[in-house]
Design a protein around this ligand. Structure first.
Ligand code: FAD
Length: 422
């Protein structure tokens, strides 16, 4: 509560207690809490803040679940905001209590445990749900996703009692899951529907190099394979493919993509397409309701990496603070694979089109591959394998749309050489 003094005639010096506005946050994840942090930087006294989180923890760094699975970090290492932080900032946290309904007319949210919280402003940050391929057997014990601490705990438990893991999906998440399970002593096969691993971030050449180096670490791959059934009675025992082949499995990890978690917003009548539609201020079609993170759609884009989410949090935090000068602008993103010993960096538009050209450097003996995509004198995309030290510099060139025409002949050799001869 904030105490102010009434100044109206006849009421001089009478203390008047003015209630703060109420902000309710649904989703105690990376986007929601980052937005609250941004808000607190600007207007720490503006709101009474209540946060509901489906997971029974404070906010943690989801990105670092991969090193936790690989045994390189503990759960304690990845906590971003402890319960003490919530207390210190006067935030009411309902952890392990999901919101099950939003009443936009009465401006109330209701949780699974029956708590009702009234809001003046609502922030929805419900993230994504893993996509479980709907094949027969997908609900068998031993079939899980890779999204939260509980999934990691299940994988670690399985690695103690079982031997054969199959990871369905050869994208970033799948390869990090496979690496982690292998580090925990399991024999791991990655099943991927196309011929190229990480095909949303890598071109075919980089993807081939990546596969080779993961094979050298002991991972196995079933490429261009379509899973048709998860086999088992009481627990998964095998995965079957369209061509009739089967591979043994006592753990199946599905990493075949995510879907924005928008059921709650839809039920509340908020405008959704693929996700909750927001404008450049992260406001939904209801001016009292904001949304950030993987549950939102800005223009036609949805999101799956934290860099754009941090930008969204800065904008939403400012608007919630009443300092509405920022606008969210989509920017190029960059990706790294968190597998120890594999150096890989991908940024921007690495495919290009008829109006772009490629600069390529291949050094098979050193296991180095670099490809830069140029358009109108600017770098618009980069794929680096084996030598990624210039990744951040190329990314800066992409983001700033720097004219690199004068560096064209040296660009692939990196920042140091380009600057030395500038
Ligand atoms: C293993 C792993 C590795 C990753 N690695 C990278 C990486 O290297 N680089 C990168 O940029 N990104 C990475 N990501 C993606 C990144 O973690 C996400 O983009 C980011 O966490 C999205 O933030 P979010 O807040 O939108 O969703 P989340 O962090 O998922 O938070 C949403 C929260 O809302 C909660 N929730 C949902 N519904 C309700 C409800 N009804 N009531 C209350 N709470 C609810 C959920 O339980 C969850 O805690 C990785 C993700 C995973 C899983």
């Amino acid at each position: 509560m904030k105490t102010e003094y009434a100044v109206a005639a006849g009421a001089a010096d009478v203390p008047m207690v003015q209630a703060r506005q109420r902000l309710v946050v649904i989703g105690n994840g990376m986007a929601g809490m980052r937005t609250v942090e941004e808000l607190l930087k600007i207007a720490p006294e503006l709101y009474d803040i209540t946060v509901f989180g489906a997971e029974p923890y404070g906010n943690y760094n989801r990105i670092l679940l991969s090193p936790v699975l690989a045994g390189e970090k503990s759960v304690d290492d990845i906590i971003l905001n402890t319960r003490e932080w919530y207390r210190a900032n006067d935030i009411t946290l309902h952890a392990g209590d999901a919101v099950v309904g939003i009443d936009r007319v009465r401006r109330i949210v209701r949780s699974a445990s029956g708590i009702e919280a009234r809001y003046d402003r609502l922030l929805i940050a419900t993230g994504s749900k893993p996509f479980i391929i709907p094949v027969p057997g997908c609900d068998l014990p031993g079939v899980i996703a890779f999204r939260d601490i509980q999934d990691v705990e299940k994988m670690l438990a399985a690695s103690r009692d079982h031997r054969h893991a199959v990871v369905i999906g050869g994208g970033l998440l799948g390869l990090e899951a496979a690496n982690g399970l292998q580090r925990q002593g399991m024999s791991v096969t990655v099943v991927h529907s196309s011929e190229s691993l990480m095909d949303r971030q890598l071109d075919a050449s980089a993807s081939t190099l990546l596969k080779r180096s993961l094979e050298a670490k002991g991972l196995r791959f079933a490429m261009a394979a379509r899973t048709t059934e998860i086999v088992g009675d009481e627990r998964v025992t095998a995965v079957r493919f369209a061509d009739g082949r089967e591979i043994e499995a006592d753990l199946v990890v599905m990493t075949a993509g995510v879907r924005p978690n928008i059921a709650l917003a839809k039920e509340a009548g908020l405008h959704c397409e693929r996700a909750i539609v927001v404008d450049d201020t992260l406001q939904t079609y209801d001016p009292r309701v904001y949304a950030v993170g993987e549950c939102v759609q800005h223009r036609s884009a949805t999101f799956g990496l934290v860099a754009p989410i941090w930008d969204q949090a800065r904008v939403a935090g400012a608007h919630l603070a009443g300092a509405g000068h920022r606008r969210y602008v989509q920017r190029a993103t960059a990706t790294k694979l968190k597998v120890t010993g594999v150096d890989l960096y991908s940024a921007g538009d690495f495919i290009g089109d008829d109006s772009s050209e490629d600069l390529v450097l291949r050094d098979p003996r050193r296991g180095v591959y670099k490809r830069l995509v140029l358009q109108a004198g600017c770098v618009i995309g980069a794929v680096l394998y084996g030598d990624v030290k210039d990744g951040a510099w190329y990314f800066e060139l992409i983001q700033n749309r720097t004219d690199v025409s004068h560096l064209r002949g040296r660009l692939l050799f990196g920042k140091t050489l380009c600057e030395a001869q500038a």
